[in-house]
Design a protein around this ligand. Structure first.
Ligand SMILES: [Zn+2]
Ligand SMILES: [Zn+2]
Length: 256
C-alpha cells in the first residue's frame, strides 16, 4: 500500500466506523519503518514488536545469578571477587542484558547507527530499577563535546532521558561533564586506570545530598562507573547507584 492509493484509503478510513479506525491505526503501525522491521536482522514483522521471534530468543537478559554489587552475571549469586577485593564507590549497579552474542550486536548497533534502539533498551533497564532504592535524580556518563559532535548523539544520554520519562525521576542533564578524553586504558594497572578516568569527569553541586542514578550503555570492568561515582561523591552526592543497558559477565572479565 504505497503512493496516493494508500493515502486515499487512509483519508477515507479516518472518517469512518470506529472499527475501521482501529484498523487504520494498525495499518499506520505496519507502515511505520520502526514497526515493520526487526531492529536486529531487518526481517519484516507486522506485530509491532521490536524484534523477530528468532532474534528475540537470542537476546540474553541479565536475569540469572549476578553479583549483588556490580550486577554482572556470575556463576553464583554472591559478591564477585573483584568487588570483594575493591568495593566500588557506588552502592549497587544493575544491568538489563548480558553483553555477548546477539546482545552485544544490539548494543553495537545502538551505539553506531541505530539510536532509536534507546526506547526498547530503556524499557528493559527500567524493569531493573526495582532492585535499587528510589533515586532523587538521573545523570548519564557524558562524552566530551567533541566526541558527541562526532557521533551525533550520546547513547547514554538517550537512555537516561527515556528512563527519566518512564519513571518520572528528574534528569539532571548538566550535573556531570567530561572535560578531557580518556587516555588509552590498556596496559595500565587498576589504580592507574582509576586515576586516569577520575581526571576526566566533573560534577556540579546540584548533586549534593542526593541519591543519584548513573546511566551508561555497557559495564565492562566497572572502572568508568566507579570514576563517575567517585566524582559525584566528591561533589556531595549522598549515594550513587548505576544502571546500564548491558554488562560483561564476570567470568570473562578478570582484570584486577
Ligand atoms: Zn530478527
Ligand atoms: Zn561484583
Amino acid at each position: 500500500m504505497t503512493g496516493s492509493g494508500g493515502l486515499a484509503i487512509i483519508a477515507y478510513m479516518k472518517n469512518s466506523h470506529p472499527r475501521a479506525r482501529k484498523l487504520l491505526e494498525a495499518v499506520r503501525g505496519a507502515l511505520s519503518h520502526e514497526n515493520r522491521l526487526c531492529r536486529l536482522c531487518g526481517t519484516e514483522i507486522y506485530d509491532g514488536r521490536s524484534f523477530c521471534p528468532d532474534c528475540y530468543g537470542k537476546i540474553e537478559f541479565n536475569d540469572g545469578e549476578s553479583c549483588p554489587v556490580c550486577g554482572r552475571k556470575t556463576s553464583k549469586s554472591e559478591i564477585c571477587i573483584e568487588c570483594k577485593a575493591h568495593l566500588p564507590v557506588y552502592s549497587k549497579a544493575v544491568s538489563a542484558l548480558v553483553y555477548g552474542g546477539v546482545s552485544a550486536q544490539l548494543i553495537i548497533l545502538f551505539k553506531k547507527s541505530r539510536p532509536y534502539l534507546y526506547r526498547w533498551l530503556a524499557e528493559e533497564m527500567a524493569k531493573k530499577l526495582s532492585a535499587l532504592p528510589q533515586p532523587d535524580g538521573i545523570v548519564f556518563v557524558p562524552m566530551t563535546r567533541k566526541a558527541e559532535r562526532d557521533r551525533g548523539y550520546n547513547q547514554s544520554g538517550l537512555l537516561a532521558g527515556e528512563l527519566s520519562r518512564l519513571t518520572g525521576i528528574p534528569l539532571m542533564g548538566g550535573a556531570l561533564e567530561k572535560y578531557s578524553e580518556t587516555k588509552a586504558q590498556k596496559g595500565l594497572s587498576r589504580e592507574e586506570r582509576i586515576t586516569n578516568l577520575g581526571h576526566c569527569f566533573r560534577a556540579d553541586r546540584s548533586v549534593k545530598g542526593k541519591k543519584i542514578l548513573v546511566v551508561d550503555d555497557v559495564t565492562t570492568t566497572g572502572a568508568t562507573l566507579n570514576a563517575v561515582a567517585e566524582c559525584l561523591k566528591k561533589a556531595g552526592a549522598e549515594e550513587v547507584y548505576c544502571v546500564t543497558a548491558a554488562s560483561v559477565p564476570y567470568s570473562t572479565e578478570r582484570r584486577v
